[in-house]
Design a protein around this ligand. Structure first.
Ligand SMILES: NC(=O)c1ccc[n+]([C@@H]2O[C@H](COP(=O)([O-])OP(=O)(O)OC[C@H]3O[C@@H](n4cnc5c(N)ncnc54)[C@H](OP(=O)(O)O)[C@@H]3O)[C@@H](O)[C@H]2O)c1
Length: 452
């Protein structure tokens, strides 16, 4: 049984106050009885408590804040494995931990590769190296991204790019994709870039940083003959939960929500987007996936002993057509005219594109992410077990229903965009562009408490 695997286990989670990390903790604490879960958080328990209370209704937040088996460690990622923790704590984790889940990361699509080498690559490599020394380690899990392979869009002849659950070599000769990683990493540390990054067109340095981080982790594990201890989870575009902890559980780390806000604010009737699909409205796709699916696929594959790369995606059968994704934004916009996408075949970095496309460059692309490893594991589960796991996206409801639950977040992000982009609109008038939406109940009780 999947959940039995976690009984008596000791876990260490980075990013446990984030969108995915919070979901992982909730699921573990409600479905199984781990011996202990250590959570890394910048600011320690008080920060973690206030984040969980702001993200979750009180009764659900209490599952995390009142659990005797959760200890929050005040620390942060860096370019060593110490995480600003005491040596004694590091030794204790080393002795005790069975499962190490590395989900902490700032999603900074615009940061340079040099900056990301400090915030993404170095911490991931250091933590993998540290975890692989644990005598009881069963799995080191790195939460990566399905878009580590988005450069394939530029090299594939097809306008629907099939992506397998493996590491693609960036070497022309197709040599072992992780043998070369340490040398490339030295190049990045020295020059802030690498020849392979310069010769492959990634949508963002972030995608390449995760690509290289994956290879470094796998190379380190291969050196130690421990490839079976590595699990790399690659989520696509994360959206609100479909079911767990509750329908609509969301955060601000949801790119489609930001696109809905940008759409609502756009004063014109056209938005320029790039594609090489013949009929982009029908053929371009967006692979959005509920956070609960990412959580359950992660925990399922750990329990079943899967190693290597696993996609946490909606996949070919359940991804969204661009047209359906775009049309859903119309309902959230209050300006009385719609915005049409105008397609060009310009490059995805072109400055002629609308800012939404310049930020979220995969609009206008289509990726068919394989899900073979999940399909395989599912075959070994009983129907009763399957019924209680959230492993596949449900598309029985039209997509615009999903945006209704995000109204408060769309409105909030629109306000932030007005401030950040210095738009000539007073922030208090954001309601003219998009519906305000009721804040989730726990947000309201929190602000009432503050008012008292
Ligand atoms: N959201 C998406 O659409 C998406 C899609 C694909 C992949 N992913 C990947 O999924 C992982 C988790 O994403 P998420 O959506 O859960 O992100 P999130 O909600 O922004 O959470 C990020 C977490 O990382 C922690 N963190 C960031 N920098 C840190 C540092 N220097 N030291 C310690 N902790 C740090 C944050 O802690 P604080 O509470 O201290 O800020 C927070 O707990 C990331 O690796 C991301 O790349 C996300």
């Amino acid at each position: 049984m999947v959940w039995d695997y976690y009984n008596g286990k000791i876990l260490f989670v980075t990013g446990g106050t984030g969108f995915i990390g919070t979901g992982i903790l909730y699921r573990l604490l409600t479905q199984s009885t781990p011996e202990h879960i250590y959570v890394l958080c910048r600011g320690g328990y008080s920060k973690a408590e206030s984040k969980w209370k702001s993200m979750l209704p009180a009764s659900i937040a209490e599952t995390l804040t009142r659990s005797n088996c959760v200890t929050v460690l005040d620390g942060e990622l860096g370019d060593t494995a110490t995480m600003s923790l005491e040596d004694e704590t590091l030794q204790m984790l080393k002795r005790r931990v069975h499962v190490f889940i590395h989900a902490a990361c700032s999603i900074e699509l615009k940061k340079s590769l040099r900056e990301l080498s400090y915030t993404v690559i170095a911490p991931t490599l250091c933590l993998a190296n540290y975890a692989l020394k644990f005598p009881n380690l069963e799995k080191f899990v790195f939460i990566s991204s399905a878009y580590v392979n988005a450069h394939l869009w530029k090299t594939s002849e097809s306008s629907d790019v099939a992506v397998e659950e493996r590491v693609y070599s960036l070497d022309r000769k197709g040599e072992d994709p992780y043998e070369s990683a340490p040398e490339i990493w030295r190049e990045v540390q020295k020059n802030g870039t690498s020849h392979e990054f310069e010769t492959h067109d990634f949508p963002w340095p972030y995608a390449y940083a995760k690509h290289l981080a994956e290879r470094l982790v796998l190379q380190k594990a291969s050196e130690k003959d421990a490839l079976d201890k590595i699990l790399i989870i690659r989520p696509s575009v994360i959206g609100p939960a479909e079911e767990i902890p509750y329908h609509g559980f969301t955060s601000y780390s949801t790119p489609s929500t930001a696109c809905a806000a940008a759409y609502a604010l756009h004063p014109g009737r056209k938005i320029i987007l790039a594609t090489r699909c013949d009929q982009p409205d029908q053929n371009a796709t967006i692979d959005e996936v509920g956070v609960d699916l990412v959580v359950d696929r992660t925990l399922l594959h750990i329990a079943c002993g899967t190693s290597g790369c696993v996609h946490a995606v909606s996949g070919e059968k359940r991804r969204l057509r661009l047209e359906d994704w775009w049309n859903a934004f119309k309902n959230e916009r209050r300006l009385p005219w719609n915005v049409k996408p105008i397609w060009t075949n310009e490059d995805w970095h072109s400055s002629n594109l609308h800012q939404m496309a310049r930020n979220f460059k995969i609009i206008g692309t289509s990726f068919a992410f394989a899900e073979d490893k999940t399909d395989q594991v599912v075959k070994s589960l009983s129907s009763e077990e399957l019924e209680h796991l959230k492993l596949f996206t449900d598309r029985s409801q039209p997509y615009h229903h999903s945006l209704i639950h995000r109204r408060h977040h769309i409105h909030h992000l629109a306000k932030e965009m007005i401030k950040k982009n210095k738009l000539p609109v007073p922030v208090f008038m954001t309601g003219l562009f998009c519906r305000k939406g009721k804040p989730p109940h726990h947000y309201r009780t929190q602000s009432q408490k503050l008012a008292v």
